[in-house]
Design a protein around this ligand. Structure first.
Ligand code: MG
Length: 352
């Protein structure tokens, strides 16, 4: 039985302003949730963003209504927990993710297994990229060099504001880091279909592996056209926020890959379903993140390790938070490594 739930908000500073095609930020807000059942507890966290139409206020208000619904309920069924959460309100997926992750942490701790093993996974690490926001050409190249020096084997470059400048920046990064570093780019819905097709053509010549969400989220037909016209992988991100969206993209062959984020999927429960849907349609997935701290980054990592269909990881936001209240993840030779401890393996101020 779930005996109690509490949550605490943390507002943390970014190492530098993060600018993408859809906005910019200097701080990150994350809410840590703790669920207690008998002698066991689990923690999760959520980060509100425009993508899921959440704010810190909406998250706190939603989470304030959760204890009344979940305290006293059976902790062994994540589906049942989600039914209760969905009964409070639709949406609010980052808030729901925090509760979902806390439950999975609790259940895998009780099972005395790292969460990835609890979910059926065998590998304990995956290469993560590091993201470079929209910066001047000089800053972009400088960051790319710094990140590869600190061990990253893959870089994700944000584009989508100015096609010609974007091409110059990605091209300069390729020149600077050489052929062995994997490059991914993310336009965050910034291009028209015609520009996106042109952009993908150039990206292919620069051995870019993936182009993420080049066109507007609601333009499924446009995304499909870009994917069909391009040889590199076109990835759906903002247009897949739920199992239903994933089903549409998989069924209609709208993209080559799907970017799964726990903040969009309301946590691990539906992330597993989205990944299975993608796998059935022969689509690989990537695990991505918002401006998250180590608690939910670890959850994303464990989820990614649970299935070989999760091909790529973009789990980097915690590297850019100067005062993350949570810890435990190891970065080694370009890989993000899951702790060997039961559960998420992450320490937080809500432990004990
Ligand atoms: Mg994206």
């Amino acid at each position: 039985m779930i005996d109690s739930m509490e949550f605490r908000t943390f507002i943390n500073r970014r190492t530098c302003t993060f600018k993408i095609a859809s906005g910019s930020s200097d701080t990150e807000e994350n809410v840590i949730v703790k669920l207690v059942s008998g002698d066991d507890f689990g923690v999760g966290s959520g980060n509100p963003t425009d993508v899921t139409h959440e704010t810190l206020a909406s998250m706190e208000s939603f989470l304030g209504m959760v204890p009344k619904k979940v305290v006293g309920s059976d902790e062994n069924y994540p589906d049942k927990l989600h039914e209760k959460l969905d009964g409070i309100a639709a949406g609010n997926t980052a808030a729901k993710a925090a509760v979902d992750i806390a439950l999975f942490d609790l259940l895998s701790k009780r099972d005395k297994k790292p969460l990835y093993e609890f979910l059926g996974g065998k590998r304990d690490r995956i290469i993560t990229d590091m993201t470079i926001g929209i910066e001047s050409l000089e800053t972009t190249v400088q960051r790319a060099i710094e990140h590869t020096k600190s061990g990253f084997k893959a870089l994700k470059i944000k584009v989508g504001l100015d096609l010609d400048e974007d091409i110059r920046r990605v091209s300069a990064v390729r020149d600077a880091v050489g052929p062995k570093i994997e490059l991914r780019v993310d336009a965050n819905q910034g291009y028209t279909v015609e520009r996106a097709i042109k952009f993908c053509e150039v990206m292919e010549t620069l051995q870019v592996m993936v182009v993420e969400q080049p066109v507007k989220a609601e333009d499924y037909a446009g995304l499909k056209k870009v994917a069909e016209s391009s040889n590199l992988s076109v990835m759906a991100d903002e247009c897949v926020k739920s199992v239903l969206d994933a089903r549409k993209v998989a069924r209609e062959g709208i993209a080559d890959m799907i970017n799964i984020k726990l903040m969009k999927s309301a946590g691990i429960n539906d992330a597993v379903i989205i990944n299975r849907l993608a796998e059935a349609a022969d689509m690989g997935t990537m695990i991505g993140c918002m401006g998250e701290i180590q608690v939910s980054i670890a959850a994303g990592l464990h989820f990614a390790l649970s299935s070989d269909n999760v091909l790529l990881a973009d789990l980097d936001s915690h590297f850019n938070i100067t005062d993350d209240p949570s810890s435990g993840l190891v970065f080694e030779d370009g890989y993000l490594v899951a702790p060997k401890k039961p559960g998420l393996g992450i320490e937080t101020p809500l432990d004990g």
